[in-house]
Design a binder for this molecule. Sequence first.
Ligand SMILES: O=C(O)CCC(=O)C(=O)O
Ligand SMILES: [Fe+2]
Length: 267
Amino acid sequence: MDDLIRNFRKNGLAFVPGAVSRESIDNLYMTIFILFKKAFPSFFSWGNNSIDAKIWNDQRFHDSIIDARKKDPIKFGAIYDSLQLTLAAKKILTDANIIRLISKLFDTELSNVSCRNSIIRLDCPFDTKNSIDWHFDVISTKNMKHLPEDGISVNISFHETHLMHGSAHFLPGSHTGKHVQKVLNSNKNNESDRYIVNEKVLKQFKSFQFSVLDIGDLVFFPMTMIHKSGENSSSKVRISGVFRFYKINSESFIFQKEDILDNDIEI
Ligand SMILES: O=C(O)CCC(=O)C(=O)O
Ligand SMILES: [Fe+2]
């Protein structure tokens, strides 16, 4: 048994450094830039056609995104949603290393895995609308009886991420219990759903946050593990991925469809 599987079985967290290809991450930054420039041309007029991951070190990039969100949160939400449809996002979702590692952790083949509700996150400093409090990931917010027992989530860091950027906090050990949570669905496209887990449950576990994550690093955890967004107290936008995979032949797998048509966003 190798370290990845040993750590995953022991405390529910498996860390893999620099696994996502730099070319895919460069494409993602270019795509983010194109979307913002289309929606907010005056804020992004400084950029050219050669954006790559290095742009994250340029404060102009962050200031422009933060200003855009302040000016028009609905438009910002539309960019966020549209980002999920892009090839750059989907290419990372199906990155060869991620598929290999997920297959290994599930001990199954690619053909037996589904993915849904996979998101590239843009977390602005001191944001409270999209930051998610303690919760475990779910496959369905309508069917709360569904415990995501055979799901694995992976967080991806798209830049050097320090504590002040607000990477996720985890409660290792919480994944083996059967916990319940309330979900308050948000019907706004610029706000996340709210989750509530009983305080008594939270007190049973010790919180853990990776002190630093580098570009392309992966953190795998069972969907049943309780975790939350950290607080971004920096001046930069935290850019990360949260991808969720499910084993199809598992008893707890449910048949679903993704909303794909007739959901244009008026901006
Ligand atoms: O902010 C984060 O990295 C955590 C996000 C998260 O847990 C989720 O989207 O389900
Ligand atoms: Fe989550």
